[in-house]
Design a protein around this ligand. Structure first.
Ligand code: NAG
Length: 266
């Protein structure tokens, strides 16, 4: 019974459990202060993925790039409230279509910006249909903001990768329409992050990228691949939370949560 309490990750669960078992409060003293801290803040308990990979179209943002025809620039931005963080670029116009981040993408990147996911870096894997679609996508990433003055590109290329563009966007060689055959193996090589330390979000409307990546991209010594989440309605805050939760559970099942910090250092 106690082990299950140790793994309870929501404050509510803990509070309910404590109400039934007053002794469990004493038991919490066995936890390190960092574990206790993680258990009391929603979504920040970890362990966190080392690499979060977002699909772009209909997942990270609300448009499909192949339907657009204009490469946006600074004159095409739409300003507005960035999820309570002040005024910034909340949209980018490509012709008459507006590209905006889905709610879960914006809040995930804001938390990432704030350093709430230690050890996590972010990148994109998109099978954009044409060269124009790729260029519109990259331009939008350079314009849309996470917090005022910091674009998505600033954060996930500038800060996470010291300016190196590791993103895999497109389907022209060496890429293809099959992310498990090209985008992920290339990311594995470039980033040196193990497949089983990745978390991947994809709308999976045009093909089951999540299933393909799970099946084809595995580490030989563990047999495990990326944790994946389908986002048929776009990346909402629920899907983001579900992804972190699923990753943490899988990691704990694999390695044992209490060894996490030790293993990370290896
Ligand atoms: C995608 O690539 C993987 C890995 O090479 C392969 O196993 C799978 O059959 C391919 N899927 C499709 C739909 O082509």
């Amino acid at each position: 019974m106690m082990p299950s309490l140790l793994y309870a990750r929501s404050t509510i669960l803990l509070a309910v459990a404590s109400a039934f078992h007053p002794s469990s409060l004493r038991n919490n003293n066995h936890l390190s202060s960092s574990r206790r801290l993680r258990m009391t803040s929603a979504n920040t308990n970890g362990p966190f993925p080392e690499l979060v990979v977002f699909d772009l179209d209909a997942c990270f943002w609300d448009q499909e790039m192949y339907t657009l025809s204009k490469i946006p620039d600074e004159t095409n931005v739409v300003r507005g409230d960035l999820n309570g963080r002040g005024e910034g670029v909340v949209g980018v116009m490509s012709g008459r279509s507006r590209i905006s981040l889905h709610k879960g993408s914006l809040s995930a990147l804001q938390s990432h910006h704030d350093g709430r996911y230690p050890g996590t870096r972010v990148c994109f894997a998109s099978s954009a249909d044409t060269e124009l679609a790729e260029r519109i996508g990259r331009a939008a990433l350079r314009l849309l903001e996470v917090v005022p003055g910091t674009t998505v590109w600033d954060l996930v290329v500038g800060r996470d990768w010291n300016g190196e563009d590791v993103n895999q966007i497109g389907r022209r060689p060496p890429l293809s329409a099959n992310k498990s055959a090209t985008h992920f193996p290339i990311l594995r090589e470039l980033t040196r992050v193990r497949y089983d330390r990745m978390l991947f979000f994809d709308d999976c409307q045009w093909g089951d990228h999540c299933g393909q990546v799970e099946r084809a991209c595995k580490e030989s010594n563990t047999g495990n691949g990326p944790i994946t989440i389908r986002t048929p309605y776009g990346l909402g805050v629920e899907e983001w939370a579900a992804g972190l939760e699923k990753y943490a559970k899988a990691y704990q099942a694999l390695d044992g949560a209490d060894n996490y910090d030790i293993k990370r250092r290896k």
